[in-house]
Design a protein. Sequence first.
Length: 245
Amino acid sequence: MKISDLSKKVCSFIILFISFPVIYTNAQSTLEVDLGADLVSSYVWRGVKQAGASVQPSLSASINGFSLSAWGSTDFTGNDGKKEVDFTAAFENSGFKIAVTDYWWDGEGAHRYFSYPQDGNSGHMLEGTIGYTFPDSFPLSITWNTFFLGKGNKKADGDNSYSTYIELAYPFSVKGVDMGIATGFSPWENATLGIGKGFKVTSVMLNASKSIKITDSFSLPIFANIIANPAVEDIHFVFGISIRQ
């Protein structure tokens, strides 16, 4: 190695070392971290019940529109033995969102976590998401989600079903209660929901949330979701408590 090359590398390292505190401080000023958990009477995903009463922790970090998040659900009744851990990488800007999520479902010991999604004993599935939320004057959000990898996404003949779920949601408030309506459907066969072939509406939801004042310094956020699934003629009423930092 030439001396000049070595000098350049040393100088670059020194500059980077000196700059690191400034870069770190700037990052700290815009970095947002969120930690919390929900306690729910039942776990319903896209109109389909996944488990009974569950605890669902979440952890996320975001900076300049980029975010990494972890979300989990564990059935604590002991009857279903369901466990899920998901990781999502996303970017949001001006109402647009793009994300990739690694879902991992486990019937408590049924699947190995450190395994390739196509492995026969893997509970991993990968899903891509794109979405858009209109401005505050009409805050309708539209989200398109498609699974593209994973054994649980296969049709009976072994082909990839590219299970897709499209959702439209609109928030509003009534006398201090935050509410929202949403509907979701699958345009074709959805192996992940197990609802068969063709177009199916799997979720029509009305939700409401409010913080209940306990003391002058503490309030407890609660929520309730009424979720109908026309595809299988089912309905769910979910109650939950949110705990946030």
